[in-house]
Design a protein around this ligand. Structure first.
Ligand code: NAI
Length: 299
């Protein structure tokens, strides 16, 4: 058995019928976790009949390597769907320890042409979907005093990407969701982290060009599995993961300027370079850390 094992643990992975989610599901199963493989089927843009079969195929792969898994074909994009996914874990395995929110779709369009439907669908699957699945699991995790959440963000949100106003907003929304969960979960031994992956999957195969050979989705999975393991104490963080490279994203705050009662529009203009100077930045872990900095500058 692998050194970082998951014996006795139950994990839900959404959108695990292919791509990154399938790799995560296989690795958790290899390490002894019992896995709920969720996927509603459908195409990259979220259209199609919806079918349980991609999830069932991954369950068959897990069973072929001697693992335990169950398929679920509900959509993450509704409260009922989220509850049904968690209920599948409870019915099959009696508990839930880990949720990997991975399901996703794309509806790219430059913002001036983006329809309301494109905004709603993408926010519903990525952002609300993560909340719908996590909440019923979270309630159980609080009661049992342990749990781990791994959300799937993206550099399209952290850094911005042309044509992805809906997707970028949803993916950055997941960062805020992750950080709040980390704070609310701390008392209950529940951790929440996020990844920003790059991998060659059906979602990206036409976008990555020559780099795609290096970007096997399998190479993203180790950081997801580590973040979910009880030996990992980290919470509230975001990791870039691509082609076997892992790095930490963080939110920095510049030292800036402090004018107190004397601040005016013109002092902001005059201080602009100092405000934007990134030397000596801090990385606040919470609003309290930012407040401590402000208080220091006020006195
Ligand atoms: P993928 O298209 O292979 O996987 C997404 C899966 O989610 C599909 O199997 C799809 O059927 C499923 N899905 C879609 N809507 C669903 C819903 N409502 N309920 C349940 N399942 C649903 O794409 P990939 O690349 O594996 O994406 C996985 C995650 O990683 C997504 O959240 C994506 O946004 C994110 N991501 C991927 C990157 C990449 O380079 N591949 C880059 C940044 C983020």
């Amino acid at each position: 058995m692998a050194e970082l094992g998951f014996e006795g643990k139950v994990v839900i992975i959404t959108g695990a019928g292919g791509g990154l989610g399938r790799e995560h599901a296989l690795e958790f199963a290899r390490r002894g976790a019992r896995v709920v493989v969720n996927d509603l089927g459908g195409s990259v843009d979220g259209t199609g009949d919806g079918s349980k079969s991609p999830a069932e195929e991954v369950v068959a792969e897990i069973e072929a390597i001697g693992g335990e898994a169950v398929a679920n074909g509900d959509s993450v994009a509704s409260k009922e769907g989220g509850e049904a996914i968690v209920q599948t874990a409870i019915d099959a395995f009696g508990q839930i320890d880990i949720v990997v929110n991975n399901a996703g779709i794309l509806r790219d369009k430059s913002f001036h042409n983006m329809t309301e439907e494109m905004m709603t669908l993408v926010l519903d699957v990525h952002l609300r979907g993560a909340m719908y699945v996590t909440q019923p699991a979270w309630i159980r995790m609080r009661e049992q005093g342990s749990g781990a959440i791994v959300n799937t963000s993206s550099s399209s949100g952290l850094l911005g990407n042309f044509g992805q106003a809906n997707y970028g907003a949803a993916k950055m929304g997941l960062v805020g969701f992750t950080r709040v969960l980390a704070q609310e979960g701390a008392k209950y031994n529940i951790r929440a982290n996020a990844i920003a992956p790059v991998a060659k999957t059906r979602m990206t195969e036409e976008l990555l060009g020559a780099m795609s050979e290096q970007l096997d989705p399998r190479l993203v999975t180790p950081v997801v599995v580590y973040l979910a393991h009880e030996d990992c104490e980290t919470t509230g963080c975001v990791y870039s993961a691509a082609g076997g490279t892992i790095a930490k994203y963080f939110i920095g705050l510049t030292e800036g300027t402090a004018r107190g009662q004397d601040i005016t529009v013109e002092t902001v203009r005059d201080d602009w370079d100092a405000i934007n100077n990134e030397e000596g930045y801090i990385v606040p872990a919470s609003p309290a850390d930012e407040f401590a900095k402000l208080m220091g500058q006020w006195t």
